[in-house]
Design a protein around this ligand. Sequence first.
Ligand SMILES: [Zn+2]
Length: 482
Amino acid sequence: MADERDSGFVKEIRKQSADFPGWYTDVVRKAQLADYSPVRGCMVIRPYGYSLWENIRDPLDGLIKETGHENWYFPALIPLSFLMKEAEHVEGFQPEFAMVTRGGGKELEEPLVLRPTSETMIASVLRDYIQSYRDLPVLTNQWNNVFRWELRTRLFLRTLEFLWQEGHTFHETAAEAEEEVVRMLEQYRRIAEEWCAVPVLAGRKSDTEKFAGAQYSMSIEGMMVDGKALQMGTSHYFGDNFTRAYDLTFTGRTNERQYPYSTSWGVSTRMVGAVVMAHGDDSGLQLPPRIAPVQVIIIPIFRSDSERVQIDTALQQVLTDLEDIRVKVDWRDERPGFKFNEWELKGVPLRIEIGPRDLAKGEVTVVRRLNRAKQNVPLGDLGVTVPAMLEEIQAALFTRAREFREAHTVRLDSLEALVKFFDTSIGFVVTPWCGRTEDERTVKDRTTATTRVILGASGPAAQPCAICGRPASVEVAWGKAY
Ligand SMILES: [Zn+2]
């Protein structure tokens, strides 16, 4: 990345409406969230993008701990034999294995797989810690990187290596484990909606879409500005699939050996991609204030050293008044217009312009990234007005995204109507469904759309399945997915 300023980088963003994938890559790179790396399919997360991730990660870590989980760390290298024990799991992940076969200059006796996910390692380790029903539940979480050998990659959305958290829990009863699956999905919904301002559909996945080795999976799914669905977090119920495969047992209350019931759940740096694609526009990112690395950018406008000193003096009080807000002052030797564009590209929710004329009136100009609305605010009021405006922008971004989703969601009751919808538009289609995998194949062949989540049982009146006409059991949302 040479000096991007010389190339007028704001102009180089492709238009969102004309080339959404191109727009996405341009925004991620030019807003300095992340970049390609010397290794195919792996990305470099730059400080601005990492800070955004930290602002998602930290509140999520809080929610995970509030619900009784503890952070652990398990090895990134997993013996191949561990992964081979659960048949469905290995079948699902094996094509994506990255393997270490040499170490210390010698062939290893057993290859080590760079973890694609840690169910197998954790079940193997916890065999030594779980002996009795008194040791349950065990509620673990770990923040780490995982590796999946993806053929087609996109920054933040699908890369060979990515950052995430993976929670793994073990319970005495199936009912407790199933409650856990729902509890953690709810924490994910909160992070997506309350912090990232992305409304999500939450529910069970179909059997086709579930995690390899799970009895069932649940997910949250957001709608991006191009109308496509993005799976933003998943929570899985394993029953005793993994504990049986790893012979992890405990002595129950009646003194019998039993298998614990287990779950796992994960949210990754993909969430950053969701924020870009759910809120961004032709000028670049639009960051929800709660997660924005910079919430307020102050642009001093001056022509002489004495004006500069005057503004600097006035800003001391402003910075004190805004000490709880993430504020940055841009003193760089650049034109104000250049700075406006750059911070718009970076999605900073509020811009404060301060010049000698404003100062003479004892006020500043505050501009919202959301709609570029300008407002004059007395200097002394900033400590109250700015936090209120940030709250209002957070809510407005969520409302706008929800209205967009509602405008792009239709309820249909026939295959022909569904096919016609996906021929000409994009979004979510909700239909009654019987739950058969064959229907999913039919729809995928004709539209490329897949089931995203099951929204609930179908109504009391026995409606026919929209795809095949058999009695429907559920309502399902279909969409084209990332
Ligand atoms: Zn059907």
